[in-house]
Write a protein that binds this ligand. Structure first.
Ligand code: PEP
Ligand code: MG
Length: 399
């Protein structure tokens, strides 16, 4: 693959913050990748940018990109990406770190270009099954319907303490599932009398966790959906205690696990992400032990797409499912290793957007290509819909 041009730029994400985009021009075409940005980030994620900030990362990236122009990279399979990684590492050792958002964009845009160079769709290029002659299975969407926590501004001083109240269809096709979620989301707006959306397009409300779950239960029943939660427990945890504001009370580790278990039973919850704070492996284990196989106990801040942490969580029986966010680790090679580990250990994978998203649909290709069982995005908003539409297109192309 001959690099004719490699051009970095700033673009704005859905929160209006600057993020990095890279455009690659080869003889096959033009390819663009931009990085999303998190707000309720895991403590063990790699830093998004150089320690001196995004401007420093951009300065380095401009130099790096100029140096790579007119060079040739032979990338026939995902493993060949290591050649690019080596060049990145050497540059970073000499001049300083880019940060995970930047390395994510570099590796992804090279993979995109390489897929075209090999006459393949991006998802197809990284998918083992299709390369062995099998049809990939489409994921199901996990849609953020009602929001609280760090992603939502308060209404009259209040918001739910949990970050995300999710709807999860079980349909034959992804297209049908995404459509059902959209109808259910509209119905939820009516029941809530909601008037505004949060960072991820979920409805804002001042209701308590339980009041929202009551609404979600009605919605889920009408549309035959499963209920999920991203508790994002670390965002309201401090020195041994979970500090609830709506309604105001403090829970210790035992109370927190007990509360989550009670909610799972009462509302027949199918999916619980980050029910305990991000370093409490034994707390997750306790949850998993109680639910056995019935509910997905999902690591996000716990695992941060980091193979070491994923191994610890899986070997310690703390999770049966995990979030994959490529820019948490900033290396697609490591994402691939995490994916292979999950497949081997039958851990369910949920490929996920970030709260600050761009008009980039690469996540959909990663999800289908790497065999994720679920794709987590907002249900509404152009940055979210573009990813849902990309899966629909892939699904259609396989019919
Ligand atoms: C999440 O916690 O699942 C999430 C999407 O948050 P953020 O992107 O803000 O880290
Ligand atoms: Mg999360």
């Amino acid at each position: 693959m001959f690099i004719r041009e490699l051009v970095p730029s700033f673009v704005k994400n859905s929160r209006g913050e600057r993020t990095v985009q890279i455009m690659l021009v080869t003889y096959e075409g033009r390819f663009k990748v931009s990085a999303p940005s998190g707000k309720s980030k895991g403590k063990h994620e790699v830093p998004s940018y150089n320690s001196k900030g995004i401007d420093r990362s951009m300065k380095l990236l401009r130099v790096f990109c100029r140096r790579l122009e007119n060079r040739n990279f032979m990338i026939r399979k995902i493993d060949d990406l290591k050649k690019v990684v080596e060049v990145v590492r050497r540059f970073e050792t000499r001049y300083g770190r880019f940060g995970g958002n930047v390395t994510y964009a570099i590796e992804s845009v090279f993979l995109k270009g390489a897929a075209a160079d090999n006459n393949k769709e991006f998802w197809e290029f990284i998918n083992d099954e299709v390369n062995n002659g099998k049809k990939p299975k489409m994921p199901m969407p996990v849609g953020n319907c009602i929001g609280g926590g760090l992603h939502s501004k308060v209404i009259d001083g209040k918001r739910p303490d949990f970050q995300e109240f999710l709807l999860i269809p079980k349909e034959k096709t992804f297209s049908r599932a995404a459509t059902v979620n959209l109808r259910a989301y509209e119905y939820a707006r009516k029941l809530l009398k909601a008037r505004s959306r949060n960072d991820e397009g979920a409805w804002r409300t001042n209701k308590t966790n339980e009041e929202v779950l009551d609404v979600l239960k009605t919605v889920a029943k009408k549309y035959k959906l499963r209920i999920g939660l991203d508790i994002a427990a670390s965002t309201f945890y401090d020195k041994g205690y979970y500090n609830y504001k709506n309604k105001s009370l403090v829970r210790d580790k035992v109370d927190q696990a007990d509360y989550v278990e009670r909610l799972i039973k009462k509302y027949k919850i199918f999916y619980v992400e980050d029910g305990m704070q991000e370093e409490d492996f034994s707390g997750y284990k306790e949850l998993l032990n109680v639910v056995k196989k019935g509910t997905l106990i999902v690591g996000d801040d716990l695992t941060t797409t980091n193979l070491k942490l994923v191994r610890r969580a899986v070997n310690g029986e703390a999770i049966n499912a995990m979030i994959v966010k490529p820019n948490q680790i900033g290396s697609i090679i490591e994402v691939r290793d995490v994916v292979n580990f999950c497949k081997k250990n039958k851990i369910v994978m949920i490929f996920s957007h970030r709260s600050g998203e761009t008009m980039d649909d690469t996540l959909a290709d990663y999800c289908v290509g790497f065999g994720g069982q679920f794709l987590k995005t907002g249900i509404f908003g152009r940055e979210r819909l573009i990813k849902l539409r990309r899966v629909m297109m892939i699904e259609k192309s396989l019919r």
